[in-house]
Design a protein around this ligand. Structure first.
Ligand SMILES: *[C@@H]1O[C@H](CO)[C@@H](O)[C@H](O)[C@H]1NC(C)=O
Ligand SMILES: *[C@@H]1O[C@H](CO)[C@@H](O)[C@H](O)[C@H]1NC(C)=O
Ligand SMILES: *[C@@H]1O[C@H](CO)[C@@H](O)[C@H](O)[C@H]1NC(C)=O
Ligand SMILES: *[C@@H]1O[C@H](CO)[C@@H](O)[C@H](O)[C@H]1NC(C)=O
Ligand SMILES: *[C@@H]1O[C@H](CO)[C@@H](O)[C@H](O)[C@H]1NC(C)=O
Length: 483
């Protein structure tokens, strides 16, 4: 009797093990590529002056996502990507985490790679984190990634990998838990593309791979190897020329990674999601024309991101999809592609049918941001075709044509930066016509909705800088251990 029971258990167990095993081969590899501060008008499919042949081809072979929204700056968008929650539900809605602040995404949030590991994925990350590192428990390999190569903070020198803030400064480049001190002089894009290629080369193509590739490009400082800058010899403005070179360096890096995936036989079963984290930063030569504003603003130029999806599993391709997608949706979408489902209550909604078949988006509204920390008391929402901004809209305001001529761009809008704005984005995607005065009922309805959202605001994580963070305390590198 006992033996029969044992046999039954063994059979059950082998059945149980066989099911996920046999499914795994079919699970797609997923590459989630995030560009940093890449503007609406900074990709070849929106602006023929920009040389992005690889990204253009992927976008055209796949689905261009024309209404893919992101948050207004880095930390909030990366929060959305990794948690599936709007930043104002996490506490990361107020600007960005500085490296000397003991700030991090709270431990009760489950990160996307943790869920993917449960589904049998190998999970690797290369690039920028920006979600907190003052304790090891907040760093990538403790939040679901099998390996990590990159930097913890929001920006740094592309060649020295040195980040300074105030009088503090140190190396911010890490290989899993070790500081990397022998790459001074090598452009980060080369390092990141090479690490991504190494991961692919070492990966068993029969087991599913999740690769999160948040590149440094094209965030300031404006640095790029000369051969990329030389691709834009006709652009007179030096900063714009460098910036565009950085875009093309990113493009080449993506090409290198996809080439290795093809060589290794992973490509035909790979889903690629490409997104910027926020709009282009106008004062750093990014461009979002004809959209209004840019990075650090709630205008469309700061929040309507360039994005596409690519992969053989997409059934409808070669078109521009205008369905409403938000950065929070990538968590449940990627999870669904991997055969999983998100926890109930998550802000994100799966857009898998939207990107695979062009089905209508399950999303009809979203929150651009809600923040009550002075001086940026602000709130903005989208409901259907309408958008409400209340309070601080962010700076700079205005519509900036590409800064490809000599001289720096000047704001060409004298509008107030604090106010109430109502737009119909369907008729007016560039936000020229404030309807707040002409549609009082719509305004009231939207304001009431925003107040409902505001009720669930979680206080902003915004602690004072801690001198213990100083890299001099940690062997010269920005390191965990001080919170
Ligand atoms: C995490 O904890 C915070 C504070 O208690 C709470 O507001 C939030 O809803 C929690 N989130 C999750 C996903 O558990
Ligand atoms: C990198 O190399 C340069 C030039 O040799 C040197 O000036 C700089 O101090 C080095 N930086 C770091 C972070 O090692
Ligand atoms: C892409 O790969 C080529 C060939 O290995 C290499 O020369 C180039 O530097 C790589 N580019 C990037 C951006 O990594
Ligand atoms: C500047 O950009 C505009 C619009 O994209 C384009 O028509 C023009 O050719 C560009 N000029 C230069 C010098 O790059
Ligand atoms: C993409 O969105 C813009 C702005 O709303 C719109 O003008 C354009 O027609 C859309 N593109 C396509 C191909 O649908």
């Amino acid at each position: 009797m006992k033996q029969v029971k044992l046999l039954q258990n063994v059979l059950l167990l082998s059945l149980f093990l066989a099911v996920p095993g046999s499914n795994e081969a079919a699970k797609p590899h997923i590459v989630f590529i995030v560009a940093d501060d890449l503007g609406w008008n900074d990709v070849g499919w929106h602006n023929p002056d920009v040389k992005t042949p690889v990204l253009d081809q992927l976008a055209h072979e796949g689905v261009i996502l024309n209404q893919s929204y992101v948050n207004y700056v880095c930390t909030p968008s990366r929060t959305s990507f990794m948690t599936g929650y709007f930043p104002y539900h996490v506490g990361s809605q107020h600007l960005v985490f500085r490296p000397d602040q003991p700030s991090a995404i709270p431990s009760n949030f489950t990160f996307l790679p943790e869920k993917l590991k449960e589904l049998g994925y190998a999970t690797h990350m290369v690039g920028k984190w920006h979600l907190g590192f003052c304790n090891w428990k907040f760093t990538p390999t403790y939040r679901g990634f099998d390996s990590y190569y990159g930097y913890y903070s929001g920006a740094e020198d592309y060649y020295t990998h040195y980040r300074s803030i105030g009088s503090e400064g140190g190396i911010d480049l890490h290989d899993n838990k070790d500081a990397v001190t022998n790459q001074n002089g090598t452009y980060s894009t080369y390092l990141f593309a090479q690490r991504a290629a190494d991961i692919v080369n070492q990966h068993d193509p029969n087991s599913p791979l999740f690769l999160y590739l948040p590149f440094q490009n094209v965030h300031a400082p404006l640095q790029v190897p000369k051969r990329f800058e030389d691709m834009y010899a006709n652009v007179e403005d030096e900063n714009r020329r460098k910036y565009l070179g950085m875009v093309s360096a990113l493009d080449e890096a993506v090409g290198n990674v996809t080439m290795v995936m093809q060589k290794r036989g992973l490509w035909d079963n790979t889903l690629v999601i490409f997104s910027t984290d926020n709009g282009g930063m106008i004062i750093r030569s990014g461009n979002n024309y004809p959209l209004r504003g840019g990075k650090t603003t709630l205008w469309e130029g700061g929040t309507r991101g360039v994005a596409f999806a690519h992969g053989k599993m997409l059934q409808k391709t070669g078109y521009t999809n205008n369905e409403m997608i938000h950065a929070v949706d990538w968590f449940p979408t990627i999870l669904a592609a991997a055969g999983g489902t998100a926890d109930p209550g998550m802000d994100g909604l799966s857009q898998l049918d939207t990107i695979i078949s062009g089905h209508p988006s399950p999303r009809t509204e979203f929150v651009y941001n809600v923040d009550d920390v002075f001086p940026t008391v602000q709130g903005a929402i989208r409901v259907g075709d309408y958008k409400l901004i209340e309070g601080f809209a962010g700076i700079p305001d205005g519509w900036y044509p590409p800064p490809n001529m000599t001289g720096s761009p000047e704001p060409n809008s004298m509008n107030p930066i604090i106010g109430t704005w109502l737009f119909n984005l369907k008729d007016d995607p560039t936000e020229h016509h404030n309807l707040a005065d002409t549609m009082p009922d719509k305004l009231k309805e939207m304001q009431a909705k925003l107040e409902e959202y505001r009720k669930t605001l979680v206080p902003a994580i915004n602690p004072k800088a801690d001198p213990k963070s100083d890299p001099q305390n940690w062997g010269g590198a920005w390191s965990p251990g001080w919170c």
